[in-house]
Design a protein around this ligand. Structure first.
Ligand SMILES: *[C@@H]1O[C@H](CO)[C@@H](O)[C@H](O)[C@H]1NC(C)=O
Ligand SMILES: [Cu+2]
Length: 343
């Protein structure tokens, strides 16, 4: 009898120990696991109230003081533009283009939530829904003056300044005019166009020419690419791809600051476009996991004479916006600090 008692006690003790060690394990694992996930949705699937909340949060960043330390940046919103301009030459047409922008828009999402009380995830803009349609891009709900980001620039309302050193890649035909409807009609940008720092309106020049590169057929071709390098080039353009590709086309179909390599985060649509590119990258990664958690390649510098390849250890620079992060730590959106999903 005492023997049986003893065994029962030992069993109970063992169970308790298992519980405790499991808890200890969970505790250790906490930093590596997401406690909850944000669900990123397509803009037009948000409720009107949710859309309004997102736009209010973006406007909130435009009213908070800058923290990046860049002289031209006056607001929190400007900070993102300033940092992007500062590193633009190092983060485009390179292997780490997607990792850098994944982290950049995540910092934006966190800023909206922590500094502006936004409760949701950042939305994305699936432009295939517009490009597959026969309607002009200006008919897209994303450009709605009431439930969207306002529409096209009005011709004759904006004069493009001179670019004294000619390095800002300002294409005059894309800077059509000021956006004069919607929530950003009276917003003043302090940075841009290009690398310049000027006070100006939100400039656009919607251009249907780029619809052809943004169709679901074009995206399907991108998704079929067998290697990361082919996928990235097909999505971003550059390299052997002579077409503007989906990245460039999403920028240029909007035009104005959005169409500029440097000052593009001056248009709030920047984050929705890049969230969509990030979604496509994630969908491509998901086709072969866990292999594609480690799949990175491509040149390290756009103009590097030797085609040095980027590795998982490469450290991405976010200046004063956030600490540097290795490419490796950007590969899985189901891990902190990312913790989001796409629907
Ligand atoms: C649209 O883009 C094309 C290609 O860059 C350009 O040739 C054309 O001038 C643009 N059209 C308008 C109306 O801006
Ligand atoms: Cu960019």
């Amino acid at each position: 009898m005492p023997n049986r008692h003893y065994r029962k006690l030992a069993f109970t003790l063992a169970l308790a120990l298992i519980q405790i060690s499991k808890q200890a394990l969970d505790w250790d694992a906490q930093e590596d696991e997401c406690s909850h996930f944000l669900v990123r949705q397509e803009w037009r699937s948000l409720s009107q109230a949710h859309k309004a909340e997102y736009i209010a949060a973006v406007k909130c960043t435009q009213s908070l003081p800058a923290r990046s330390g860049f002289e031209a940046a006056q607001t929190r919103f400007d900070d993102f533009q300033a940092v992007h301009i500062n590193v633009a030459d190092e983060i485009h047409i390179v292997g780490h283009f997607l990792p850098w922008h994944r982290r950049f828009i995540k910092i934006h999402e966190t800023t909206l939530r922590e500094e502006c009380g936004y409760r949701g995830a950042i939305p994305y803009w699936d432009w295939t829904l517009d490009a597959d349609s026969l309607d002009s891009i200006s008919e897209s709900p994303i450009f709605d003056p009431v439930h969207g980001f306002g529409g096209d620039g009005v011709p004759g309302t904006y004069i493009l300044p001179n670019d004294p050193d000619g390095t800002s890649e300002l294409f005059p035909e894309t800077f059509v005019g000021c956006v004069q409807d919607g929530p950003f009609a009276s917003h003043k940008l302090h940075i841009g166009p290009g690398k310049l720092s000027t006070d100006h309106c939100l400039v656009r020049g919607l251009n249907d020419t780029y619809k052809g590169f943004l169709t679901s057929e074009a995206v399907a071709q991108t998704m079929e690419q067998p290697t990361f390098e082919l996928f990235r080039v097909q999505l971003e353009g550059g390299g052997s791809n002579p077409y503007p590709a989906q990245h460039g086309s999403g920028h240029l179909i909007v035009g104005g600051d959005m169409g500029n390599l440097f000052s593009s985060p001056g248009d709030p649509l920047f984050h929705l476009h890049h969230a969509n590119l990030d979604r496509l990258w994630w969908q491509w990664q998901e086709k072969d996991l866990p292999t594609r958690f480690l799949d990175i390649s491509g040149r390290l510098h756009a103009n590097s004479p030797r085609l040095t390849q980027v590795t998982l250890n490469y450290r991405l620079d976010f200046h004063t916006l956030a600490p540097p992060m290795s490419v490796r730590d950007t590969m899985d959106i189901q891990k902190p600090p990312f913790c989001y999903a796409y629907v």
